[in-house]
Design a protein. Structure first.
Length: 208
């Protein structure tokens, strides 16, 4: 039977059904990503599933919530897609008490208060403010990540502090950071600050 460049034609892969669990959906919050897309996120009562404790799961967009008829206060059936990413399969309708609430997407960005928009050809709702702090933080995370500039130790918590304290307003500001700036931050020791400065300097040598 031979093989293609990637797979043997004579082999069959079998995937076992995903493990599932039932838990209560306590709330639905929204997060603002680096492109401005506002994503609803389910906050659930912690439940153990496939080796880890699940507390949150993305709900993707408002259309997905409406399609599955998910409401705040529902008991929901969850599973891990590919045994990795938690997702809500459906609400358990039989366990509804009547106190459940419908989720409504905000008409303003929950972070900067700017107006949100929805393109006619998209399901995504976006914050149009490019200077939105949440967008900036997520863009900086992507910029510093291994697949981009690969700045070690420049993670989510540090980036949050850098933006919140006004030390960084765009990508370029990262390259103007001084050791003294970093040492003033919470839980930042001398050696940690120097490691970050070294990582930023090393990233200057990245090729295209």
């Amino acid at each position: 039977m031979g093989a293609t460049s990637k797979n043997p034609r004579w082999a069959i892969a079998y995937k076992f059904p995903a493990m599932q669990a039932v838990t209560k959906l306590k709330d639905i919050i929204v997060q603002v990503g680096r492109t401005g897309v506002i994503t609803p996120v389910a906050v659930m009562e912690p439940v153990k599933l496939a080796g880890s404790v699940i507390k949150r799961a993305t709900l993707h967009n408002i259309d997905e919530i409406r399609k599955k008829d998910i409401k705040i206060g529902d008991y929901v059936l969850i599973e891990k897609g590919g045994d990795v990413i938690p997702r809500i399969v459906k609400p358990v309708i039989s366990r509804r008490s009547g106190s459940e609430k419908e989720f409504i997407m905000p008409d303003k960005c929950p972070v900067c208060g700017s107006k949100v928009t929805r393109d006619a050809n998209e399901v995504a709702i976006r914050c149009e403010n490019y200077t939105c702090p949440s967008q900036l933080k997520r863009r900086l995370e992507h910029f510093a990540s291994r697949d981009a500039m690969n700045m070690e130790n420049l993670g989510e918590m540090l980036i949050d502090q850098l933006v919140n304290t006004g030390l960084v307003h765009d990508y370029a500001d990262i390259y103007f950071l001084k050791k003294d700036d970093l040492i003033r931050l919470e839980r930042m020791a001398d050696k940690s600050a120097q490691n970050i400065i070294d990582a930023v300097e090393k990233s200057r040598q990245n090729n295209l």
